[in-house]
Each structure stands twice: as structure tokens, then as C-alpha cells.
Design a protein around this ligand. Structure first.
Ligand SMILES: [Zn+2]
Length: 86
């Protein structure tokens, strides 16, 4: 899946609440084979993964997907805004 497609998928998941808007406490470590909540692909043990900890529902993402999610969740809303940017 290319980077643009992953960003679009993450944007959609944020829009319909499949991904949280709030940043949970996170830690990192090797993947466990769990499915990445960003791109829906497994995270193998030889890849680094970002995992939520604490009270939030446990989620695991590829590092790249985590950064896309963080960028998308903090991105000013543009779709549907009155000012169309080029
Ligand atoms: Zn991913």
C-alpha cells in the first residue's frame, strides 16, 4: 500500500472514529504480528511498532502509520471548509 493510500485510509478512520482523535500514551517495541490499526496490515516481529498503553483501548501501529495518524489527527480541517486551498 503506498503512502498516499495509507494517509487516506487513516483520514477516513479518523473521520468515522475507527481511530481515536486523542493521542494515547504510547510505547514502542517489536511487532507482535498484530494488525496495524492504520493500514490493516500485520506488523511482523522484525518491524518496530508503536503501541498504546494505559487506559486507552490497546492499539498497535507501524511507526510510519503512527506518524501519519498523528499528522492527520492534528491537521486543520480543510474538507468542507469555506476557503478552498490550492
Ligand atoms: Zn500500518
Amino acid at each position: 500500500m503506498d503512502q498516499h493510500a495509507v494517509r487516506i485510509l487513516i483520514r477516513r478512520k479518523l473521520a468515522d472514529a475507527r481511530l481515536p482523535q486523542d493521542l494515547p500514551r504510547v510505547t514502542g517495541g517489536p511487532g507482535s504480528g498484530q494488525t496495524c490499526v492504520g493500514c490493516d496490515l500485520p506488523i511482523p516481529a522484525d518491524h518496530y511498532a508503536i503501541q498504546s498503553i494505559g487506559d486507552a483501548k490497546a492499539i498497535e501501529l507501524h511507526t510510519g502509520c503512527f506518524y501519519y495518524w498523528d499528522a492527520e489527527r492534528t491537521r486543520p480541517a480543510r474538507e468542507g471548509a469555506s476557503a478552498a486551498s490550492a
